[in-house]
Design a protein around this ligand. Structure first.
Ligand code: UDP
Length: 427
């Protein structure tokens, strides 16, 4: 099949860990690669955010990244991208009008979904949608600090009605689509995220610790991900502040917008430092700054426990990465984390925004190293069975197969419907 993956703000080429670069970049990069390995051709359409980017980049055999001109060719926060979507749509229409037809458009995030709806209307190409995050859910948790335009929710509602399939990433995501958007259950498919088991696997812990400047007998709690308030990193700092009686406990915080921790670029670091000072654990909290993917296995494997306690989480790839490295995970019982971490089997669930509950579980794993190791081993088994990208791509390919139309007929019909020779046909 020929697949167009639209990912307006999250390019598979982007560095990860910054404010706007996270799970969606990982998802799009791996879905594209694994689909290509299954023999499909994938074009990723993403916004050109740097004038130096070529129009097309061959990422690997079967995967091209197409940089779509829409808005200024520089970084624009995703909250401000909606006004540039008409330009994105025009450029994508041009592209589809002049390329071999795609069997399916798979849009990621609501703005890409809007583009997808318009492409579907113009070319009759089936639309598969992964939201990655839902405006209603964000509003419930972030209230007035949600910087997305208010139209977001109405756009999502249109996509839910108009897409051929909506991919829920976990059972909670499906329930949210049903509860908040009145989605038709028959058009929802649940396909989780994955993790690359070649990229994330146990490595020598002593070596990993030496590289990170950690002592062999430190008890290392790891927090890794974007440093934004909703990730609840403050909860982790506050939990660690309750564990001052555990000697040599360290909290390693990986993430931010630069390789060095920079409070000006990442204000959340300043807030967390102040909390650590207040809690008397400033010397125990280490900010490493953003780390490149190839450095991440060492970060995970250096840890005794991985913690992630977001307020909400559409999926959350980091628990999978930690499990793939054999590290037990204590995660907030929300969204995808509740689904990926098996409570009592690969780690523990804790309520979000509850430092005391988190501290109790960290303390338990400190006291019971054999249990921690067993949970870590179970994590490896769990991701191998349920969360490989090959499996995810295979399931998505089945979803595409279920909605694709015979290509010839669709192309002829689209050409008849849309007379591209007319001025204004691209508008
Ligand atoms: N990440 C990274 N370097 C960092 C911090 C995070 O590469 O310094 C990656 C992390 O490994 C994961 C992604 O960014 O693959 C975060 O994805 P997740 O789904 O956990 O959260 P999101 O950012 O999508 O909310």
């Amino acid at each position: 099949m020929r697949v167009a993956l639209i990912s307006e703000h999250a390019s598979p080429l982007a560095v990860q860990g910054g404010v706007d670069a996270g799970g969606q970049n990982t998802y799009v990069a791996h879905v594209a690669r694994s689909l290509a390995q299954l023999g499909h051709h994938v074009d990723v359409l993403t916004r050109r955010d740097d004038p130096a980017l070529p129009a097309a980049v061959d990422l690997r055999p079967g995967v091209r990244v197409l940089h779509i001109p829409a808005g200024p060719p520089r970084f624009v926060p995703k909250e401000q991208l909606l006004p540039h979507m008409p330009a994105f749509t025009r450029a994508a229409r041009q592209l589809l009008a002049h390329s071999v037809p795609y069997d399916v458009v798979h849009a990621n995030f609501f703005m890409s979904g809007l583009v997808g709806l318009r492409l579907k209307a113009s070319f009759r190409v089936p639309l598969v949608m992964t939201f990655h995050a839902l405006g209603h859910v964000r509003r419930e948790h972030q209230g007035a600090s949600d910087g997305f335009p208010p139209e977001r929710i109405a756009i999502e509602e249109r996509i839910v009605r108009g897409a051929d399939r909506v991919v829920a990433e976990c059972p909670q995501d499906r329930l949210d689509l049903l509860r908040l958007y009145g989605a038709d259950d028959r058009r929802i498919v649940t396909v989780p995220c994955g993790v690359d088991l070649k990229e994330f696997a146990p490595v020598d812990r002593a070596l990993a610790r030496r590289r990170l400047g950690l002592a062999p007998d430190d008890f290392v709690v790891l927090q890794l991900g974007r440093l934004v308030p909703r990730k609840g990193v403050d909860n982790v700092v506050q939990a660690v502040a309750r564990l001052r009686h555990i000697p040599k406990l360290k909290l390693l915080i990986v993430g931010g917008d630069a390789a060095e921790p920079d409070e000006a670029l990442t204000p959340e670091i300043g807030r967390l430092r102040a909390l650590a000072r207040e809690g008397g654990v400033e010397d125990r909290v280490i900010f490493s700054g953003q780390r490149r993917r190839e450095q991440l296995p060492a970060c995970y494997c250096a840890a005794d426990v991985f913690v992630t306690t977001p307020w909400y989480e559409p999926f959350g790839i980091t628990p999978l990465e930690a499990m793939a490295c054999g590290v037990p995970v204590i995660g907030a019982a929300v969204g995808g984390v509740k689904f990926s971490v098996a409570d009592g089997v690969t780690g523990f669930h804790v309520p979000p925004r509850d430092p005391a509950a988190l501290a109790a579980r960290i303390e338990q794993l400190h006291a019971q190293p054999a249990l921690a190791r067993a949970l870590g081993r179970a994590g490896i088994r769990r991701v191998r069975t349920l969360f490989t990208w090959d499996r995810v791509a295979g399931e998505l390919a089945e979803v595409y197969q279920g909605v694709r139309r015979p290509r010839q007929a669709a192309a002829v019909q689209a050409a008849a419907d849309l007379d591209l020779s007319q001025p204004g046909a691209m508008a």
